[in-house]
Structure formats: C-alpha cells, structure tokens
Design a protein around this ligand. Structure first.
Ligand code: MGD
Ligand code: MGD
Ligand code: MO
Length: 825
C-alpha cells in the first residue's frame, strides 16, 4: 500500500470514515491488525522463524517495520527486539569486495590483512576470483591446502542452510580438509561415549514433567537454562519456560530443592529463587572427588547399582583413597582450599545428593576449559554412585539448557535439508584425494595450529593427527574471528594464509580479515521451512520472505549456483530446482514421512497458515531402557556398561586424560591457582543473554540497550571494582600477556570476587591490524588461551584464562567493530 493511500485511509478514519467505507470493513481491518492476520491497514503481516523463536513481521512499503512473537510462543525472548536491526544496520555486507592489497599487489600481502581496506567489484569479478583461487589451490597444492570445513550457527531454515550450500559447491569443485567436533561440547562429546555410550550432550533428556513430579533435589551444575534456552538450533518454541515456572512454584512450596553449583549467581538462580553453592572457577573436579570420597566413606553409595550397571569402580577407589601414584587422599579437607567449599559443606552436600531422588543437570561451559573431559566423566561417576541413572527425576543430564531438551517430543518427522555433499556416484572436478600424509579431518579448534605449525603431529582421541598446511579458507555460516580463541595468535596465523573467502551478510571481523567477501542476504530475505522445536518436534514453520535482498546481496543458494556455473556443475548443484521448488519438496517429503501417523495439509494451506502444530509430545526417561535390562539395552560403551574406568582410554597412555577421572591443575586459574598473582581475575566468556554469539551484535538499537558507553559490558564484583577504583559505567582496560581490550564496567553483586564475565560474541574491533593492538569494543577472545583441552578431545579451553583490569584513563578511541569496510578504489 502506498504512503498516500495509507494517509488517505488514516485521514478517513479520523473524520467520517464510517460513512465512506462502512463500519464493518474498518472494524475488520482493525481486528485483523490486532490478531496479527495477514492484512491490515498498515501493511502485510508475514510469519517467519529464527533461532530466537517464531514471529510475525509487519511489512510496510517494502520494509520490515514491526516484529512480534507468534501467539503460540508464550515465553518469547527479549531478543525478538533485535531482529529488525539484523536486517537494517550499518554493518551489512552490501557489495562483493576484494581486499585492496590482495587485489592490487596480487597477492598474499598477509601483513596488511585486517586493515579493513577493500575495493568494490562486480559479482562476476568476485566469483571469477573465487573460482580462480579454488583452481590454483587444487592445481598448485592439493585438497589438504583448502579448509572449507568450518561450521557454526548459520541461520535457521532447512533449505537455505548456508554452510551446506558452500560445502556442496566447493566439494563439487574439489576435495578439502574438514573438522570433527564443535566448540560447544568438544570435550564432552568425546569423553562421554567412552563413559555413557553416547555424546549425551545432544541426546534428548528426561522430560520436564517427569523431573517435576519425581525429583526431590535438582542440581544445576554450571547451568543457566533461563539464559540459554532463549535460543534454539532450530526455531525455538520456548515451551521449557512453562516448566521453569512450575519449578519456581515447587521451590517456593518446599516441594523441590534446587541448588545451582556455580561461581556466579545466574539468571536462572535469580529467577527460581533457588540456592547457590559457590565453587571456585575450574575446580569442580576436586569438589566432586571429595563428594565421591564422602559417599564412599559414609557408605552412601549404591553398591548394587555399581555391580549391575558399571565397570571399574574398584580401579577408581584407590585414587580416591590416595593409594595411587599421587598419594593424595581426596578428602573434603583436601578439596576445601582448592574449590573454596568448606569440608563440612561438601559432606552435607554429598549426603543431600544421596538422601532422595536427585537429578544432576550439567551445562557445557564447565567442559570448555582445560581438561574439560574430567568434570563430565566425574559427573557420570557421581551419578553412578548415587545409583539413580534411568529413574524418572534421577540420574544425570548434560543438555537441559539446550534447544528445548526436556520438552516432551512428538517424535514426528521434520523437513530434511539441502544436501551438504556431492551427490552419490558423482565426483568433484578435481578428483584428487591425495592429502600427502596430512590428516583430512582435524579436531575443530586446532585449525589455527595447522596454519602456524603445518605438519605437526598431535594426539587426538586415540589417533595421530598431522596438521595440514592450510593455504586457503572458505568461511560461511560461522564467524571464526569471534568463535576462536586468542586473536593476536590468529593475526599471526592469518599473515601466512594466501586466500580467505567469506560469505556473510554482516561485516564481522572475519570479513575484515578476508580477501574476498561476498554479500549473502539474511534469512529474512528468502523463503524457507523449518522444524519448530529442535528436540520437541512441536511442529513445522513457514519462513516467509519478508523483503527482497538488500543492496547487492543474494541468497547463498544463488551465490553457489553461480560459482558452480563456472565449472559447469550448476544444474547438478540445484538439481534443477529453484527456491520454492525445494521448499515444496522438503514439505512434501515431511508430509509423506508423517503420513502413517497423521495427515498434514497441502503445501499451499501450510504456507498460508504459516505453522503446523504437531500436538503434545510423549514423556521420556533417559537411560530407562538400560536400567530395565542392561543386557538387552546395553550402552554404546565398549563394555555396554557405564565405564568408571575406561580400558580404552587408559591404553592411549595420555597424561591429561587417563583411565579414570582425575584432577589436573590448569595452566591459568584464579583464587590462588597458576598465574593468579599476576592476573588475579578469572574471565568467563559465557553465552550472551542478549545475543546469539556474535549474531545481533550489529543490531544497533538493541545493542544500545546493554552496551556501556558503546562498549561490551564486563561484569565485575563490587569488591574487585572498588579495589581498582572502578565505578559502574566506567570504561576499563582488560589485559593479560596475550592481549588487551576496552569494555564497559557493570558492577554487579551476582559476581564474587575474582570472577569477571564478558559474553562471547562481542565484535572484535582492533585499533589496527598490528599484533597486540587494543580491541576497542570488548571481544573476550582477545584474551583467551588457544590450547587443546587434552590429548583426548583437543577441544577449546576458552574458559581457562585469567586477566587484570584497570580503569581506562587515556583518550578513548572510537569503536572500530561496526560499519563495514573502508572502500578504496
Ligand atoms: N571465548 C569463548 N569463545 C567461544 C565460546 C565461549 O563460550 N567462549 N563458545 C563457542 C561456541 S559453544 C560456539 S557454538 C561458537 C559459535 O561460533 P559461530 O557459530 O561462528 O558464531 P555466530 O556468531 O553464530 O556466527 C554465525 C555467522 O554466520 C553468519 N550467518 C548467519 N546466517 C547466515 C546465512 O544464511 N548465510 C551466510 N552466508 N552467513 C550467515 C552470521 O552473520 C555470523 O557471522 O563460539 C565459540 N566460541
Ligand atoms: N542466549 C543465548 N543462549 C544460548 C547461546 C547464546 O549465544 N545465547 N548459545 C547456545 C550454544 S551454541 C551453546 S554451546 C550453549 C552454551 O551453554 P553453556 O556452555 O552451558 O553456557 P554458558 O552460558 O557459557 O555457561 C553456563 C554457566 O556455567 C557457569 N560456569 C562456567 N565455568 C564454570 C566452572 O568452572 N564451574 C562451575 N560450577 N560453573 C561454571 C557459568 O557461570 C554459567 O552460569 O548455549 C546455547 N544457548
Ligand atoms: Mo555452541
């Protein structure tokens, strides 16, 4: 509707509208607007979805002007307010660009990578260069020199899964090296298959209704679900919040006791009004060992359960009792000075766990640290000693803060996705599988090591990995200049790279450190289909295109179709279908898959309605089948039983992951640990309350609701702030031997002395491209350490880091993170 027409209608409404168009039509329009149905006087309402939930968007004059949660979502996240700003903001990638020095000096002038100077080129020029580089790498080197295997939190939508588009297209051209594992749960997903037989971290957990009606005690161990279930891997329903509400009620009535084991008073704890058990950062393992010691000494452990369901307790006990090499008995008195919990309190806690039905619920940050395998293994040992694994409301969970795990699942089929691989029977243009002795797959967080130390052999999960000599990166759907650790080390590594190609809609630091940047459009500028509720399979959702792609951006599908055209494989890439044909096909397959159980409407009906609700899910108790009969339903461990001692891991002969869980001191630790005299504050980089990683940081109005003088907040205790003359709202410099950044102080008594937090995903904004330069906005990975968790998982150790803080007194530099590149000609 044009502006003048709208004004005309509005004018009518205030004068004598009724007599001109009649009261019923006007009322219809008003009612439609209220109910959020498609047509109203102020534009068109469309349905779509996102990691942040499902919503209706009002489009007026070709622009998204308003977004509100879908009525079905009873607990929408505040982050819905940030979505509009993802579409409209100064940091959008507008045009295809090439880095100035890479283009002009042709090439590999790595020392200036990061100076943010780029030249606009046409789409054809950019794609030709991209294609030439792929050719050159395959011809001059081989598949080992190309890393196109990184993944991340690309937008929701089953068809436009951008990383799949990139990997299928690049894979049709030639082979490349890739990764195993992820940053989320790298340590957990590697250790737990040895212990409990599956990753556990990505498994459906016991349903909340079972927990709520059976648990007497719930331990939230390093777990903040109120914060972390605001987002989901697929469109989030937020149905878990109904259960948090019931839990809060039961706590108030004294029916369930909840204890949050966390150095920080979390959002969940504040909401539930539950107890906190403070533990020094990174010292949960000594605390747990002392609990196990108490359970053992006081004979509070489930002997029968251990005999029937577990192996290796006898090999673990000598370590508890100080009868192995270290000769240290793991008593509460031993643990107290390390973990900061009084010995008597440890004993009391152990007794409480054993007293009645207890559900342990672990979060993931605790395994994103050096030796992160150990707290997870030790958690499983405690659960086995308590003997409640497989009972409703008992045992252990490693996932209830993630993507709606614990909401009963319907078990319905969701829509499939766009294929990630080359079609079966087809070969890439460069069909070269000779990796010259380098590993084809590397642990996800070791890719910077590969650039810096090519050829180095490392241990990983029982095998040797030889790090490939990476020359070229292709990045899509992730932001390594947010997600990886130690920026200054990355700067050095990137000087060695020849070519980096990034496809994104947001001008992230990854774009700044790339050579060719291609503008993708956002998910709001294309049509798609998604599962509603990643684990609950609550329904499916239409993702209506809200507006046309802005500037010169294109869908990833289009971009990679055009790349494939350059080597004659575009028809194979698309399978001869366009966007809506794919969406229709994914819907049809989903409809067919569910046919035996229920009818789904024709596509057009679904598309008009926007959402199909699959109804109530079924209750589920994790490991109940195993408990029922461990012979018929064995775990996936080598023995089929819970492995307190793992013969397999023991045989690997690793120093930092041995045959049973153990306490290992960290390279850096606060509260009297290593490096704490120089840098007394532990920096935790938890997942943001107001973002999804780095996504939405570019959303300006929303960022203004939490930033402090335009900087990312750093949360600090009143005591630590006072000691340093820092007041709430001050700009501070945070530093250690690896880097320095500016952030805005938020003084909060949710934080104990010795603990500070900067949420991960804050956009990196260095003063310049030089190694060591000050980050002007506050990316915590400017300070984190880039070492593997251990020889087993080689996972990120992002939470093993200490820092110091001072009030910033110099002239405050402007934030350089946002606003896109500097255009050169
Ligand atoms: N210090 C520290 N570091 C951490 C963590 C931590 O706790 N502490 N957590 C780690 C964890 S668990 C994770 S999962 C990672 C997350 O790391 P990432 O997944 O890399 O983080 P995101 O910010 O979600 O990056 C997604 C990128 O994809 C882009 N994108 C989204 N949709 C599309 C699309 O349709 N097309 C294209 N072309 N691009 C798109 C977005 O604009 C964004 O730049 O971070 C890790 N890093
Ligand atoms: N809002 C929002 N939600 C998200 C995400 C997001 O970016 N934003 N990302 C999603 C993704 S990809 C992931 S991987 C998950 C991450 O989920 P998690 O890794 O579980 O989440 P975090 O927020 O990093 O940390 C959770 C809690 O662990 C505590 N903690 C940290 N270290 C220790 C320790 O040594 N001991 C103890 N006892 N507690 C500790 C922190 O204080 C915090 O309260 O979240 C998902 N949910
Ligand atoms: Mo993650």
């Amino acid at each position: 509707m044009s502006l003048s027409r709208r004004k005309f209608l509005k004018g009518l409404a205030t004068t004598s509208a009724a007599s001109v168009i009649g009261p019923s039509l006007l009322m219809q329009v008003a009612k439609a607007a209220e109910e959020g149905s498609p047509y109203s006087a102020d534009g068109v309402w469309k349905v779509s979805g996102s990691h942040w939930g499902a919503f209706r968007a009002r489009i007026y004059n070709g622009k998204v002007v308003e977004i509100k949660p879908l009525e079905r979502d009873k607990y929408p996240t505040d982050m819905i307010k940030g979505i509009k700003g993802i579409i409209y903001n100064p940091s959008r990638v507008r045009y295809p660009v090439v880095r100035l020095n890479w283009l002009k000096k042709h090439k590999f002038s790595g020392d200036t990578r990061g100076n943010n100077r780029f030249v606009r080129v046409t789409w054809d020029e950019a794609l030709d260069l991209f294609y030439q580089e792929l050719e050159r790498i395959q011809k001059d080197y081989g598949p080992w020199a190309l890393h196109a295997g990184m993944t991340g939190w690309r937008a929701t939508g089953q068809f436009h899964s951008c990383t799949s588009h990139m990997q299928r297209a690049v894979g049709m051209h030639g082979n490349f090296m890739t990764k195993v594992g992820d940053y989320s749960t790298g340590a957990g997903q590697t250790i737990l298959p040895y212990v409990l037989g599956s990753t556990e971290v990505y498994a459906q957990g016991t349903s909340w209704p079972d927990i709520l009606s059976n648990s007497k005690t719930i331990i939230l161990w390093a777990n903040d679900p109120m914060k972390n279930t605001q987002v989901g891997w697929q469109c989030e329903t937020h149905d878990s919040y109904a259960y948090y509400e019931q839990l809060k009620d039961k706590i108030a009535k004294g029916q369930i006791k909840v204890i949050s084991v966390d150095p920080v008073r979390s959002k969940t704890q504040n909401y539930l009004g539950c107890e906190q058990l403070y533990v020094n950062p990174q010292t949960d393992v000594p605390f747990m060992l002392a609990i196990a010691h108490t359970l053992y000494k006081e004979e509070l452990y489930a002997k029968k359960f251990l005999e029937t369901y577990a192996l290796g307790f006898d090999e673990f006990v000598p370590y508890l009792l100080g009868k192995t090499k270290d000769k240290v008995e793991k008593t509460p008195e031993w643990a107290e000075p390390i973990c900061g919990v009084k010995a008597d309190q440890i004993r009391e806690f152990a007794r409480l766990l054993a007293a009645d039905r207890t559900q342990l619920i672990f979060g993931w940050a605790i395994q994103r640290q050096q030796h992160g395998e150990q707290p997870y293994w030790m958690g499983a040992v405690l659960a086995a000693m308590l003997g409640q694994i497989g009972l409703p409301g008992g045992g252990i969970s490693y996932a209830h803060h993630y993507s709606g795990v614990g909401i009963p699942s319907t078990g319905a089929a969701g829509p499939g996705g766009f294929p990630r691989n080359v079609d079966e029977g087809k070969k890439p243009k460069w069909d070269n599988n000779d990796f010259k002795g380098y590993s084809k797959t590397i642990p996800v967080a070791r890719w910077v090591d590969a650039i810096l130390e090519p050829g180095k052999e490392i241990n990983y999960n029982g095998s040797k990995v030889k790090l490939p000599d990476t020359k070229m990166l292709v990045v899509s759907g992730c932001n390594p200049w947010h997600h990886h650790q130690d920026r200054n080390r990355m700067k050095k590594a990137f000087q060695k790279l020849q070519t980096v190609v990034t496809i994104d809609f947001a001008w992230t630091a990854t774009c700044r450190f790339s050579d060719i940047v291609l503008p993708a459009c956002t998910q709001f500028e294309r049509n798609d289909i998604d599962l509603y509720g990643a684990y609950s399979a609550s329904g499916i959702l239409a993702m209506h295109k809200l507006v046309d792609p802005l500037y010169q951006s294109k869908t990833d599908f289009e971009i990679f179709t055009e790349l494939c055209r350059r080597f004659g494989r575009h028809k194979e890439f698309t399978r001869g279908m366009d966007e809506m044909e794919w969406v229709r096909m994914l819907y049809k397959d989903c409809r067919d898959a569910n046919k035996a159980n229920f009818e789904m409407p024709e596509f057009d009906q679904f598309w008009a309605d926007g959402v199909i609700d699959f109804g109530e899910g079924k209750s589920f108790v994790r490991h109940a089948d195993f408990r029922l009969d461990p012979e018929i339903n064995p775990l996936g461990t080598p023995s089929g039983f819970i492995e307190i001692f793992s013969r397999k891991i023991d045989r690997f002969g690793y120093e930092h992951c041995q045959g049973h869980p153990m306490w290992f001191e960290k390279a850096e630790r606060s509260h009297g640990g290593p490096m704490s005299d120089k840098y007394p504050l532990w920096l935790q980089s938890c997942h943001p309350d107001q973002r999804l990683h780095s996504q939405m940081c570019e959303s300006e109005e929303y960022r203004a609701t939490y930033s402090v003088q335009g900087r990312e907040p750093i949360y600090i205790s009143p005591e630590d702030a006072k000691k340093r003359g820092i007041k709430d709202g001050d700009i501070v410099r945070v530093f250690n031997d690896r880097g320095q950044l500016l952030a805005g102080a938020r003084v909060s008594d949710n934080y104990p002395s010795g603990v500070v937090r900067i949420h991960e995903g804050a956009w990196y904004g260095p003063m310049n491209e030089k190694v060591g330069s000050l980050d002007t906005y506050g990316d915590p990975n400017t300070l984190t350490m880039d070492v593997g968790s251990s020889e087993l998982a080689q996972a990120t150790s992002a939470n093993t880091v200490v820092v110091e803080i001072e009030k910033f007194r110099g002239e405050v530099p402007p934030v350089t993170s946002f606003g896109g590149p500097i255009y050169e000609s």
